[in-house]
Write a protein that binds this ligand. Structure first.
Ligand SMILES: Cc1ncc(COP(=O)(O)O)c(C=O)c1O
Length: 406
């Protein structure tokens, strides 16, 4: 049986897949089993920030695997490689986030953040925002503002209130002395790449401070230079009480973290949290390699420049194809192309794939561009030119359909 047949038969299919089996990747490209090459604008869901199989990651894995792999955060002993990562993270985290706990996935980091916020404040409620995505555990699903996912698994974990994203007045109205935390993504990713108005994050921080409520910034998708800043909250120079990280933190190795201020950490006691693999030395070694690379090569700056250029070019494309594209928006290399409807998105995704470009839809009829951060200008232009040719092909189909109807 083929790879596709076996996965379809024995795997638990939870996602609409394209009939392509990817066998290897290098830099911005991946190859399928037949040797066909694709330019990857998905980075494995925004994870492979240094591209596929970057040599610094490959050598960090093999060097650390030969030394020791397992000895977690919540284990009996300390770890020199974990200590090195903790020191390094202090160079890149917003000032004041002095304590870090490592986790294995973004959802797990968010779950822990909310759990600890409840304990530290002694309050039962959490405010989240509409359109948000914080993960797929029962706790994080209950906090995700897209009802489509959560309502299949009712009842939600209680105590959550939802307000519109980017709207500080609604947040202020929902704030009470019962609210332990506000959780939101500085730029919404899965919710369709939505950028809040300038000043929103600062206003959220001030509102939380005035009410004794913790602000949890979910930087699982936006962190590690994705938006052209090391963390997206850096754009407004604010420090959340808790910042969660995942995806780019270890460039493809499953790893995550939450960073807390000293004052939040003071409310956490021994035994409050843990996990068998949390902070394992292998993940720490890979994360050190990734963070060092991002810092030493000033990748945040590079992403800001590339993202600006990509937005300009894509906005011109939007003018050329108004019946297909409604808007282009984003920050750094997290870009959303708002299409006129979901059907157009699905069709364009397939046409792009046939032309050698992997690009994925996200919620609300949006096509998301979230490539590796080392993408070259030539690769960016190659991707946009494939996209333009796919849009042209789609447009021709639309015109032909209209003629048939007439
Ligand atoms: C903002 C955000 N938070 C949390 C998550 C969940 O992370 P994970 O899939 O690693 O659990 C995601 C995943 O897409 C995300 O984009």
């Amino acid at each position: 049986m083929s790879t596709i047949a076996i996965e379809d038969h024995h795997g638990l299919s939870v996602c609409q897949k394209q009939p392509v089996a990817i066998e290897r990747g290098l830099g911005s490209y991946v190859w399928d089993e037949q040797g066909r090459r694709y330019l990857d604008f998905t980075a494995g869901w925004g994870v492979t920030c240094l591209g596929h199989s970057h040599p610094v990651i490959v050598s960090a894995i093999s060097e650390q695997a030969g030394r020791i792999m397992q000895n977690p955060n919540s284990g009996f002993t300390y770890s020199p490689v974990r200590a090195r990562l903790l020191t390094l993270l202090q160079q890149v985290l917003p000032p004041g986030l002095a304590r870090v706990f490592f986790a294995n996935s973004g959802a797990e980091a968010n779950d822990a953040a909310v759990k600890l916020a409840r304990k530290v404040t002694g309050r039962p409620q959490v405010i989240a925002v509409q359109g948000s995505f914080h993960g797929r555990t029962l706790g994080t699903l209950s906090l995700s503002g897209s009802s489509a996912n959560a309502e299949k698994f009712l009842p939600r974990v209680p105590g959550n209130i939802f307000v519109p994203f980017g709207d500080i007045e609604s947040l202020a109205l929902a704030m009470t002395e019962q609210v332990a935390a506000v959780i939101l993504e500085p730029v919404q990713g899965e919710g369709g790449v939505r950028v809040p108005p300038a000043g929103y994050l600062r206003a959220v921080v001030e509102l939380c401070q005035a009410n004794g409520t913790l602000f949890i910034a979910d930087e699982v998708q936006t962190g590690f230079c994705r938006t052209g800043h090391f963390f997206a909250v850096d754009a407004e120079g604010v420090t959340p009480d808790i910042l969660t990280m995942g995806k780019g933190i270890a460039g493809g190795y499953p790893f995550a973290a939450l960073a807390l201020t000293e004052s939040v950490a003071n409310g956490v006691n021994k035994g409050d949290h843990g996990g068998t693999y949390c902070g394992n030395p292998l993940g720490c070694a890979v994360s050190i390699a990734v963070v060092n690379f991002l810092v030493q090569h000033d990748i945040a700056d590079r992403v800001a420049t590339m993202g600006h250029h990509a937005l300009q070019v894509l906005k011109t494309l939007a003018l050329e194809f108004p019946l297909q594209i409604a808007e282009v928006r984003g920050q750094g290399l997290l870009i959303g192309i708002q299409m006129q409807d979901d059907q157009l998105v699905a069709q364009l995704t397939e046409i792009c794939l046939h032309k050698g470009l992997m690009i994925t839809p996200t919620r609300g009829a949006v096509l998301r561009i979230i490539p590796g951060l080392l993408l070259s200008m030539t690769e960016l232009e190659e991707g946009i030119s494939i996209l333009a040719s796919a849009l042209r092909e789609q447009q021709r189909g639309m015109v032909a359909e209209t003629k048939l109807c007439v």
